[in-house]
Ligand binder design. Structure first.
Ligand SMILES: [Zn+2]
Length: 174
């Protein structure tokens, strides 16, 4: 992805169960990236940060096979408790392979394949996620360093490689 093409398109405010957040919409002409923030994040260190991927099953259909919604709720709760933080939503369902990959890989999941192998068996990549959009937003909002809310150490490694300063990690589980 060419991060030079990413632009901030709009900024607004949203009211949630977990308080008021500022919303930023970014786009590169192909993908949209949404960030919501609470408190003063610009020029701040140790800002709580959740980089979250879209999940149609988890967020629309109350799926019980994944914990995407509870992880998102947990991130908003943690940010509300601290009064400061950012959640970045990336449109990269199915580890960046899309919803089709999730549906096509189910037959292999049912055979006992781990998710990454099931994607490969269905003709997709084991992990096609791209965090350049998240790194761009963190820098654009001038966040100096973050505390990641995640259980995925690879996410930290990838963001660090994109010049994001990750200070600490907090579990995404409730
Ligand atoms: Zn999910």
């Amino acid at each position: 992805m060419n991060t030079k093409k990413i632009l901030k398109l709009a900024e607004s405010e949203i009211n949630t169960k977990y308080g008021k957040f500022q919303e930023y919409l970014y786009g590169d002409g192909h993908n949209n990236f949404i960030a919501i923030t609470m408190g003063h994040v610009s020029g701040s260190e140790n800002v709580l940060c959740r980089v979250h991927s879209t999940c149609i099953y988890g967020h629309y259909f109350n799926n019980i096979d994944c914990d995407c919604q509870s992880q998102l709720d947990n991130a908003q709760k943690l940010i509300q408790a601290e009064g400061r933080g950012i959640i970045i939503l990336l449109d990269q369902e199915g580890k960046g392979n899309g919803h089709l990959a999730i549906m096509k890989s189910k037959v292999y999941k049912d055979l006992g394949y781990p998710q990454s192998k099931a994607y490969e068996a269905a003709g997709f990549r084991s992990d096609a996620r791209d965090y350049a959009g998240a790194a761009f937003i963190i820098k654009d909002l001038k966040i100096d360093s973050i505390v990641m809310i995640t259980d995925n150490v690879n996410k930290i490694k990838t963001l660090t490689e994109l010049d994001v300063k990750v200070i600490d990690i907090k579990t995404a589980q409730i």
